[in-house]
Ligand binder design. Structure first.
Ligand code: FES
Length: 121
């Protein structure tokens, strides 16, 4: 296991992301609600830069007790990032593809220490 420095401590603000090269790999690092997440930047669809597109709240339909729709809303809790090539959406907390939860980007442990943020490969 190798720890690779990716950023100075506190340099990645909430809601931000960066993509770093670690050897032959590209890894997307996200901070969401104070937690860090790291995923392969290779999209499961056709190899696009999965971590480099739009970061947007999950769209959800709220169903009323009478089973009618109250409309579409942006989730208060769940964020997705969207591959810029063809729009595959990934859950920022799990790396799962929103359209097929069996598909999941490779994740990497990420550690924040007093001297920096490190990804473990
Ligand atoms: S390569 Fe990512 S959606 Fe097609």
């Amino acid at each position: 296991m190798t720890e690779t420095f990716v950023a100075k401590p506190g340099s990645l603000s909430d809601g931000e992301r960066m993509v770093v090269a670690v050897g032959e790999r590209e890894i997307g690092v996200f901070r969401h609600k104070g937690k860090l997440y790291a995923y392969s930047n290779t999209c499961l669809h056709s190899g696009g830069p999965a971590c480099e597109g739009l970061i947007i709240a999950r769209v959800e339909e709220r169903i009323l007790p009478d089973k009618t729709s109250a409309g579409l809303f942006f989730s208060d809790d769940d964020m997705h990032f969207v591959c810029p090539w063809h729009g595959y959406e990934y859950d920022i907390k799990t790396g799962e593809c929103a359209g097929d939860r069996k598909l999941k980007l490779r994740s990497y442990p990420i550690i924040e220490k007093s001297n920096g943020i490190f990804v473990v490969t």
